[in-house]
Design a protein around this ligand. Structure first.
Ligand code: KG4
Ligand code: ZN
Length: 334
């Protein structure tokens, strides 16, 4: 059984042999945080405490299992909000101690990447993965299970953060990613020419603060001139620019490193334009393309159970001193 509580989703899941998901329960706090326009860490921690026992109970019920049937307890221990992570870590340690079960701590991003294994039984490393979420944007070669080579990362805002900030600026509210995705369908993507998030001298790094500022400048200038702005056009033009750079860098890396399997992961991997553009680019270059269903792109515990399985069979075990590590690096073991 796996537990995930790194941000604003309280989640538990029972997974068999890393790839078969028996239950995947997610209790989202989005409604509460929407009132504040973003995740409030203190509220997130409190809500995790209120909900985690029910979420675990439901995960066991739906999987028709009890604590006696489990072989190990897995939990996300970083990166994320420290107070939020601590709730899951303390819960996992308590269950593992009480039931005398092995404890496996999992890196949240390793979980996002592993989400691709769940619905693609044929997918095995090595492959290239673009991980884009609210807190992270990484371009990674998955050399083996749990073995990563990071080729690129964002220099400033994460991709999801950029979607969220632009959505707020054009009045779409929180969480911005899905709202921009939806609004963009009604807009003209060529209406405004926003810059692409490139970084000089770096083929694979991203930078989203430039395009975010360009959107803000565009809105300010329109306001000063008394012009009305079509939010759908801004959403579509921004999305086009953000997705273009994500696809270009990924395909550049796939070509440079001769990789024929490309995957995407993380909350932004739900984006319909990213999914279709990456799929088309892979088709054009004869590469296999993998993406999790949207329910496995968002924060969930099934992906943590999947990643934990491969750590478990390698012999990774954590002790009762396992702690939350808010800025845990990918591939690092604590
Ligand atoms: O992976 P995730 O659920 O949480 C983190 O680990 O951060 O990612 C959440 C992020 C948010 O920024 C959200 O706006 C973005 O993913 N997101 C999207 C879409 N759905 C969620 N961004 C673009 N298009 C979407 N359809
Ligand atoms: Zn996440």
């Amino acid at each position: 059984m796996a537990i995930e509580s790194s941000c604003d989703e309280t989640a538990a899941s029972v997974v068999v042999n890393g790839r078969t998901v028996l239950s995947n329960i997610i209790s989202s706090q989005i409604d509460i945080h929407t009132l504040y326009g973003g995740v409030v860490p203190e509220i997130a921690s409190r809500k995790h405490i209120e909900r985690i026992n029910q979420v675990i109970k439901k995960a066991l019920e739906e999987a028709h299992t009890g604590f006696d049937d489990l072989d190990a307890i897995a939990v996300t221990y970083g990166p994320g909000l420290v107070g939020a992570l601590l709730v899951g870590v303390a819960e996992a340690k308590a269950i593992a101690y009480a039931r005398n079960l092995p404890l496996v701590g999992v890196h949240h991003i390793e979980g996002h990447i592993a989400a691709n294994f769940i619905e693609n039984p044929d997918l095995e490393p090595p492959f290239l993965c673009l991980v884009v979420s609210g807190g992270h944007s990484h371009l990674v070669i998955v050399r083996d299970y749990g073995k990563f080579e990071i080729l690129g990362r964002t220099r400033d805002d994460a991709a999801g953060e950029a979607f969220d900030k632009v959505a707020r600026a054009i009045g779409l509210g929180y969480p911005g990613g899905p709202k921009i995705d939806k609004a963009a369908r009604e807009g003209n993507e060529n209406a405004i020419d926003f810059p692409k998030g490139k970084v000089a001298g770096s083929l694979y790094d991203f930078s989203f603060s430039g395009v975010k500022s360009a959107v803000l400048n565009y809105l300010n200038q329109a306001a000063m001139k008394g012009e009305t702005v079509k939010a759908a056009d801004v959403a579509a033009s921004f999305q086009k620019s953000a997705v273009e750079v994500l696809v270009e860098h990924t395909m550049q890396a796939a070509s440079d490193y001769h990789i024929d399997k490309v995957a995407i992961a993380g909350g932004v991997a739900s984006n319909s334009r990213l999914r279709s553009e990456m799929e088309a680019a892979c088709r054009r270059t004869h590469r296999a393309f993998y993406r999790p269903s949207p329910i496995l792109c968002t924060d969930n515990a099934a992906m943590i159970g999947c990643a934990a399985y491969y750590e478990f069979i390698k012999g990774v075990r954590h002790g009762w001193d396992l702690n939350a590590v808010p800025n845990l690096k990918l591939g690092e073991r604590v």
